[in-house]
Design a protein around this ligand. Structure first.
Ligand SMILES: *Cc1c(COP(=O)(O)O)cnc(C)c1O
Length: 441
């Protein structure tokens, strides 16, 4: 399942001890396994091969150039949600013909950039947006390829902050309005109807939400095929990964021990294939987390150990919520593993970052191997929504990222410096104001 493992009490990534990377590149440090990303991509293709879907990697999960490059080399397309992501994908050699451009708040500039790049389709989230795309296409003298994002109105049973297809959601066009908005699109010579899209949310580990959504969407897709000859049905992303016991979950026994094991891509494909096979349109999938989640870890070093009354200890590390926001933002669970287990027994621990926020924790009340100052730990399953959500809060330069393939190691993003913190910033003095040069870009 992934290429991180404990061997003789030491954590390895592919053929490299993680401790070596921490020594060489410092902490906090993101470490990615190239083979894990590739294996996940290949396994997804294999699981769905009956339908031969097009895979569009959701760039927002991890937008590092090295990740985009290796997926592009595998033939992956990309699901984009901003002009910045389009810029990154083109720079990494991605094929715009295999890109969809989604997002509820596309600006005129972003629409223009997407049309000029020649994306496969703009995924439209409202009628107003449709009118704006029409206007921009008119100005450019082209026909804009579009697909509507339809909200199938199902609860995916995931964290409220990552459920996107419930009725009150800001995402997509209400199911009941779908045909009317398609009719509006069809009436425009500036728009070209290409397909239909849905996206239920993220970290979905059960199959029922997808089944329920398809029960609503399949009849609509047939109708759209009949009326407009659409060529694709995009099921979105949201396929969950295992965060608990990230190391154990790579093993067959772990899956067999679970009362309700999380659905694998194969299980989901088998369950949905029947409903989709008759549609005669290409199926698109937009996985983000599934491809990169457990292909990355965040390595951090213990700075201090504070003992509380009652014997509990708080371990303060040099990574914070600015480096990995998921625990603070979603109360998310990440397994914590020492890079070297000294066999000193287990202790009840909190693992906290250095940021001046009481939410800055990676683990709370966890039985973990005893840790002392200078020890290094890995926060597992940090490859998705880790670095891509990182910020410089508390004026902390962002972490370095390295990628490992076999025994080879590459720095795929340099650690930021203090100069990076102030790049573009100007004081109030005249000399500084002159440097401003006009609107920021
Ligand atoms: C975020 C997002 C995805 C990817 O979600 P994952 O949970 O990472 O698979 C796919 N499609 C859309 C439209 C998204 O917003």
């Amino acid at each position: 399942m992934h290429q991180f493992r404990m061997e003789n009490g030491e954590l390895w990534v592919e053929e490299v001890p993680v401790e070596e990377l921490a020594e060489r590149y410092g902490t906090p440090l993101y470490v990615y396994s190239a083979r894990t990303v590739e294996e996940h991509y290949d396994r997804l293709v294999e699981a769905w091969k009956g339908l031969n879907p097009m895979i569009l990697y959701a760039v927002k999960a991890n937008s590092n150039r090295a990740i985009l490059e290796l997926l592009a080399a595998r033939g992956s397309g990309f699901d984009l949600v901003s002009g910045g992501e389009l810029f990154r994908v083109l720079r990494a050699g991605g094929d715009p013909q295999k890109c969809t451009f989604a997002g509820v708040g596309k600006t005129r500039r972003e629409i223009q950039e997407a049309l000029e790049a020649g994306v496969l389709a703009l995924i439209v989230e409202s009628e107003q947006e449709l009118l704006r795309i029409e206007e921009v296409a008119g100005r450019l003298g082209c026909r804009a390829p579009v697909a509507l994002r339809i909200n199938p109105e199902v609860a995916p049973g995931t964290h409220p902050k990552i459920a996107t297809a419930v009725k009150e959601s800001k995402f997509g066009i209400p199911y009941s309005a779908a045909l009317a908005v398609y009719e509006r699109a069809a009436s425009s010579p500036r728009l070209q109807i290409k397909g239909v899209q849905m996206h239920l949310g993220s970290q979905i580990t059960r199959m029922e939400p997808f089944e329920e959504a398809l029960d609503r969407m399949v009849p609509l897709v047939s109708e759209l095929k009949r009326r407009y000859g659409i060529s694709f049905f995009d099921l979105g992303g949201g396929f969950g990964v295992v965060y608990e016991e990230a190391l154990a979950s790579g093993k067959r026994e772990w899956w067999e021990e679970q009362a309700t094991p999380p659905a694998t891509p194969r299980m989901l494909a088998e369950r949905l294939e029947g409903k989709l096979a008759s549609l005669d349109v290409r199926i698109f999938l937009e996985p983000g987390r599934l491809l990169v989640g457990n292909a990355g870890i965040l390595v951090t070093e213990v700075q201090y150990v504070k003992e509380l009354e009652g014997g509990k200890e708080i371990v303060i590390v040099d990574a914070g919520m600015n480096d990995l926001m998921r625990p603070a933002l979603y109360g998310a669970f990440h397994e914590v593993v020492p890079l070297r287990d000294r066999g000193a027994g287990y202790k009840l621990l909190d693992v906290a970052g250095p940021i001046c926020e009481s939410g800055d924790f990676f683990a709370r009340n966890r039985w973990l191997p005893a840790l002392r100052q200078g020890d290094r730990i890995a926060i597992m399953t940090a490859g998705a929504y880790g670095f891509s959500m990182a910020c410089q809060y508390n004026s902390r330069p962002r972490a370095a990222e390295v990628m490992v393939r076999g025994r080879e190691v590459r720095v795929v993003r340099l650690r930021e410096t203090y100069q990076d913190l102030v790049r573009g910033e100007r004081g109030w003095q005249k000399e500084d104001a002159r440097l401003d040069g006009g609107l920021a870009d």
